[in-house]
Design a protein around this ligand. Structure first.
Ligand code: ATP
Ligand code: MG
Length: 304
């Protein structure tokens, strides 16, 4: 007897064993997988049909009209989805299980569990999750304004201080909420922040919780993660770290907003790591003498 809650069903190509064809599927548990071989195609189809029903798979197209592509994800596309009954516009993140390892599947599950908890104006809202034998679909709030990286590119990454303060305030509001739940984002960067609409007053929304982790109040963690230029030194040194690592990243982003370049940056990744771990934060005066003392104190505090 096997319980089916939280398992994944993966249909594989037929396997030939000693000249005989077997129809093959896998049941994937977090720590292990079981492979099944069925001699008869009809019997195989029955297994898939009944297991799918028992696991609770749904058909996306009965509820949503799928529209144009919004972006590329690691395991598939993000597309516009319109609720057929209400007309509400959402973003649907498609993920193909075939390309995912068991670890990847766990990361997706973490992302979904975290998003289900979060209800905050600066964190992307999740509305629905669908799954079938080969894909996963996350339906979330639709953001029409693109990501913050693309928005910053238009002004060569430098923005007026008032605007920078407003952006940082919104990012911190989202982070503060996450941290109160014991969730560390761990992959913050402008690419993972979306703008609610195209206007100048758009709300910032944190996305991409694939690398997030729930770390208890007195717990620490040592696994490496994240995008090099934004990563805190304790992570690179493989020292125990906690939610404070997100604050370092806020410092890196605030630095970028103030002067238009990153504090620790180089063609060679090893050099970025070395700068982050060993060098004092550089404040070249030709750029920083145009920035207020308050802003500089904030940045330096976060990068301390
Ligand atoms: P990567 O690892 O490359 O960041 P990913 O699998 O984590 O990919 P996301 O970052 O969540 O995928 O989404 C990929 C892209 O799809 C985003 O950069 C963005 O352009 C678009 N996108 C994602 N979510 C939304 C949304 N809610 N509204 C509008 N566009 C979105
Ligand atoms: Mg992303």
């Amino acid at each position: 007897m096997h319980h089916l809650s939280g398992i994944y069903l993966k249909e594989d190509k037929p396997t030939i064993i000693e000249g005989k064809t077997y129809y093959t599927f896998k049941m994937m548990y977090p720590q292990k997988e079981r492979e099944y071989f069925v001699e008869d195609k009809k019997e195989y189809d029955d297994w898939i049909k009944n297991l799918s029903r028992a696991i609770g798979y749904f058909d996306l197209s009965t509820k949503y009209e799928i529209g144009p592509k919004l972006g590329n994800g690691k395991f598939g596309l993000v597309k516009l989805a319109v609720n057929k009954q209400t007309g509400q516009k959402l973003a649907a993140k498609f993920m193909t299980k075939k390309e995912m390892s068991n670890v990847d599947l766990e990361l997706v599950r973490t992302e979904i569990e975290i998003l289900k908890i979060c209800q905050h104006p600066n964190i992307i809202r999740i509305y629905d999750v669908f799954e079938n034998t080969d894909s996963y679909y996350i339906l979330m709030e639709y953001c029409d304004g693109g990501d913050l990286f693309t928005r910053l590119e238009k002004t060569k990454f430098k923005i007026p201080e008032k605007k920078a303060a407003n952006y940082i305030h919104q990012i911190l509001a989202g982070l503060c909420y996450l941290h109160e739940y014991g969730i560390t984002h761990r992959d913050l960067k402008p690419e993972n922040i979306l703008m609610s609409d195209k206007s100048e007053e758009a709300t910032l929304k944190l996305i991409d919780f694939g690398l997030s982790k729930i770390i208890g109040p007195n717990e620490t963690c040592t696994e490496p993660y994240g995008t090099l230029s934004y990563v805190a030194p304790e992570v690179l040194m493989e020292k125990p770290y906690n939610k404070q690592v997100d604050m370092w990243t806020v410092g890196v982003m605030a630095y970028l907003f103030c002067v238009g370049f990153l504090p620790f940056d180089h063609k060679d990744e090893r050099e970025i790591a070395k700068q982050t771990m060993c060098d004092p934060t550089p404040y070249p005066s030709s750029y920083w003498n145009k920035v207020s003392n308050d802003a500089k104190l904030f940045v330096d505090g976060k990068l301390n």
